[in-house]
Structure formats: C-alpha cells, structure tokens
Write a protein that binds this ligand. Structure first.
Ligand code: ADP
Length: 302
C-alpha cells in the first residue's frame, strides 16, 4: 500500500486569453475565458493519484464558495481523499488571475485566500501524516504551516519531499526536516546564488541529504551526499504546454519511491510521466495515468 500525503495550495486558475494585455486604465475585449483547477499542492496530489498511489490525502483549505466546492469535487473525482481539506469561512478560495496574450506571454495575480490560513497543523493532520509513506510540500501556503508539517513527518519517520516554489528564502529548520528537495533550476539558483545547476545542487547538499534539480527539456539532475551528481535525460518530445510539468514529476516520483523503486528508476519513471504531460494542454488535466506512464516507459526501454 502506498500512501502519499500532500499539504499545500488549492487554487482556481482564472485565465483570460487576449491579443494584447491591457495597460492601466485601458479596457480590452478578450477572446476566451477558462477556469482550471490548480495550486501546486492539489496538482501534486492529482499527479500521485494518477500515477497509481493506493491512497492520496490532501491537507489544505478552500473557502465556503463555489470554487471551493468545485475544487473539492475535482480532487475527489481524481481519487484524492479530501477529509482534511478544510472549508474556511474567513477567506475566499485561492485564485490565480492569469492573462495570456497572443505571443504566449502571461501576467498573473495570485490571491492565496484560504491557502493563507494554513499556518499550523489542525487536529487530525499529524495522525494522517504519520500514516503516510511520504509527505509532499511546496511553498504556496505560509511557511510556518509547511515547517509544522515537515517536523511532524520527521517525528514519525515519514519521507518529506519539498518543492521550493515559489522561490523564497527558507528557514534552516525546514531544510533540516526535508529528505529530498526538488527545485527547478531557477529555484536552485535563487536558493544558493549559484546559476550552474551542478554546483547549486552540490551546495544544497550542505542542508539536505538528497536534491533533484529539474532542468526542463534537459531532464533532471540527482545529487546525494558523497557522490557526483547524475543527469537523468528527459525523453525528447514536442512540448505544447509545460504548465504543471514539475508537479507531475514530483507526484510521480513520490509514488515510485514509496513503491520502493531505486532512485534512478524512480527518476526515469517520473521523467516519462512529465514528458507525457508537456505534450498535452493544461496542468492537472495533462497528467498521465499509470498505464500510460508504463506504456511509454516500456516503449522507451524496448
Ligand atoms: P517546473 O515545471 O517546476 O518549472 P521543469 O520545467 O524543470 O520544472 O520541468 C520538470 C520536469 O518536467 C523536467 O525535469 C522534465 O523531466 C520534464 N519536462 C519539462 N519540460 C519538458 C520538455 N520540454 N520535454 C520533456 N520533458 C520535460
């Protein structure tokens, strides 16, 4: 039985497609509007569920509003347990207001809303974390909440995987309670001040025992104490939308590690999943199911 717990954000992405984004004081007519479930926490939960975890539990918060109801039901339909996804009446469900122009550029306002209430663990959270194999964490909720969860996981010997996004300075206690840190190359550079990923990964090993730096189409770099970093190449594919690639990668990686696969095998499987996701539009919508990952992985091996 693999059990993945996720503590993190649940957002509704509100996307306006327009030829050219408006300037201050200007009104423009856009072409299309879409709402898409998002938030790095919820995305990683969906990725883990689709990758075939026996049990995925989401700890988070939504508002007492229509987006909250919709996000809860989307998670449940994806097979994610939402018993510890609380509905708060003090804040609206988190939203990301995204303007995408015809050149593919975007401007985004994130309003954390209910996600911002996750400053501490609530009754039941620690028991759930204790029963999981792995706890997935990101930084779209207050860092105090992330730290409390990481320390609870550490108390119970549960593996913690932290995605340090959006990039921000991290309290040393959080890194001390992290088993595997998975920054992308920009986040790795922000955390260390070192732009070369190999050197950044090595520097991060001073604070965490294992690091995976994701490098987009170039793959990922695995580093552990006492060994030289290893590059895991990504399958060569034609990307149409890389949103959520990192979340697919982490959610799938967590499942593979919880199943007891070796790190190189787990990384190869996560790379296959992430490569599938970038060939389809959307974040959670593009995440592959276990059978698809296995088929693609076998195809690559034969
Ligand atoms: P993030 O989405 O967090 O910015 P990356 O862009 O580094 O992270 O992507 C995460 C992982 O997704 C990569 O390590 C890689 O395995 C996969 N990936 C991303 N872009 C591509 C691509 N164009 N082709 C194949 N795999 C990709």
């Amino acid at each position: 039985m693999t059990h993945i717990a996720v503590l993190g954000s649940t957002n509704m992405d509100l996307i306006a497609y327009v030829a050219k984004a408006p300037q201050r004081g200007e009104t423009v007519t856009g072409r299309e509007f879409r709402t898409l479930p998002g938030g790095k926490g919820a995305n990683q939960a969906v990725a883990a569920a689709r990758a075939g975890a026996d049990n995925v539990s989401m700890i988070g918060a939504v508002g007492a509003d229509a987006f909250g109801t919709q996000l809860r039901s989307t998670l449940e339909h994806s097979g994610v347990d939402t018993d510890l996804l609380r509905t708060v009446d003090t804040a609206a469900t988190g939203t990301a207001h995204i303007v995408v122009d015809d050149e593919g550029g975007n401007a985004i306002i994130v309003i954390p809303g209910a996600n911002g209430t996750l400053t501490a663990l609530a009754p039941g959270d620690e028991g759930l974390i204790a029963s999981a194999d792995t706890l997935l964490l990101q930084l779209e909720i207050p860092v105090e909440g992330v730290l409390a969860a990481a320390q609870a996981a550490r108390r119970h010997g549960v593996r913690t995987i932290l995605t340090p996004a959006p990039a921000q300075p991290l309290p040393p206690e959080l890194l001390a309670a992290t088993d595997l840190l998975v920054p992308n190359e920009h986040e790795a550079a922000a955390l260390t001040g070192i732009t070369e990923p190999r050197a950044a990964a090595k520097a991060l090993l001073a604070q965490v025992p294992e690091v995976v730096v994701t490098l987009g189409a170039r793959g990922s770099l695995y580093a552990a104490r006492g060994a030289e970093p290893v590059l895991v190449e990504a399958p060569q594919v034609t990307a149409v939308d890389t949103t959520g690639a990192g979340d697919t990668f982490v959610g799938t990686l967590a499942v593979a590690l919880a199943e007891g696969r070796s790190v190189p095998k787990a990384l190869a499987w996560a790379s296959t999943a992430a490569a599938l996701s970038v060939q389809r539009p959307g974040a959670a919508a593009s995440m592959p199911y276990r059978s698809e990952i296995d088929t693609a992985a076998n195809g690559a091996a034969s």
